[in-house]
Design a protein around this ligand. Structure first.
Ligand code: NAP
Length: 277
């Protein structure tokens, strides 16, 4: 198994998957396949070799990989994004486990998603899986805000769901959408340093109601989440989502129930630079 993408040197996935394989007694390893756009077709062709169970796909290939695969799951097709390639004999099947991974910590926390209105910042590969998961989970409204309005419009058109709409970053209705949101999701890579937060995202925090949850898909606490906490808002980072999407992928590759707590501990240890116990 491997991760196909670029840049991926800092990925937590090998630590997480290799710990789970060791715990399950599976004789397999998960490595990195750092690949730019020019090498994607060759990387996918290599997965067809007998030594592979499958692969994950990340930035910037989640959409571009689709035409290189033999079949696509309904979830991945609706998302227009593949983050997991599963081998079924000679067939390479595209799956999307980002959405299921995204929902996992919300479900653990008892979120009443079928009563929530949601604002989603971003319309990239991760946002696509998240949008489909939220609509499938029954949210009452999903407003997508993206720098490139055309990309958000294409996503909403593909979703074909009256609950999904878009707003431009500078639309005067943005404040109103935020004021009615139970959940603000950041699917834009805003970074971790004090100057790294998208200024607009931080400005949006002030419009949220006091009970709102701010969920940043980044794998650790971001400046955006720190700003949200400073305002007394509940927050969630993307590490549980990473574990959730990885667990679903490993389950698809091996057919086994996977130990999420072991994956979580390994990802945390790798992220924070200490040995996992
Ligand atoms: P992506 O496909 O490259 O999409 C990036 C998104 O961010 C696009 O909507 C893009 O807008 C927007 N963006 C980028 N730079 C921006 C800027 N300076 N100002 C405004 N908007 C900007 O990336 P992705 O795969 O969706 O990943 C997004 C984030 O989610 C990353 O932080 C990634 O690490 C995280 N992620 C987490 C998990 C997890 O398991 N926790 C899984 C997947 C991804 P345009 O359309 O205008 O370019």
């Amino acid at each position: 198994m491997c991760l196909i993408g670029m840049p991926i040197a800092q990925s937590l996935s090998p630590a997480m998957h290799n710990a789970a394989c060791a715990a399950l007694g599976i004789d397999a390893t998960y490595g990195l396949c750092e690949t730019g756009s020019g090498g994607l077709a060759a990387a996918v062709a290599a997965i067809r070799g007998p030594e592979y169970l499958g692969a994950n796909v990340t930035i910037p290939h989640k959409e571009a990989v689709i035409p290189l695969l033999d079949e696509i799951s309904p979830l991945a097709a609706r998302s227009g994004a593949v983050n997991t390639i599963v081998k079924r004999g000679a067939i390479l099947r595209g799956e999307n486990t980002d959405g299921g991974g995204f929902l996992w910590p919300l479900r653990l926390g008892g979120a009443q998603l079928d009563q929530w209105r949601v604002t989603l910042l971003g319309a990239g590969g991760a946002a696509r899986g998240v949008a489909v998961a939220l609509l499938n989970a029954g949210v009452t409204q999903l407003t997508i805000i993206n720098r490139t309005v055309e990309r958000a419009a294409a996503l909403v058109a593909a979703l074909e769901d009256a609950r999904a709409d878009i707003l431009a970053l500078d639309d005067p209705w943005v404040g109103g959408a935020l004021a009615a949101s139970d959940l603000l999701i950041n699917a834009v890579p805003t970074g971790y340093g004090p100057d790294a937060t998208l200024p607009l995202a931080t400005a949006l925090l002030g419009r949220l109601p006091a009970h709102a949850l701010v969920y940043d898909l980044a794998y650790r606490k971001t400046a955006l989440l720190e700003a949200a906490e400073a305002r007394g808002l509940a927050t969630l980072d993307g590490l549980p989502m990473l574990v959730g999407q990885g667990a679903l992928a490993l389950q698809l590759w091996t057919g086994k129930e996977v130990p999420r707590e072991i994956m979580w501990a390994a990802a945390l240890a790798r992220r924070d630079g200490h040995p996992s116990s």
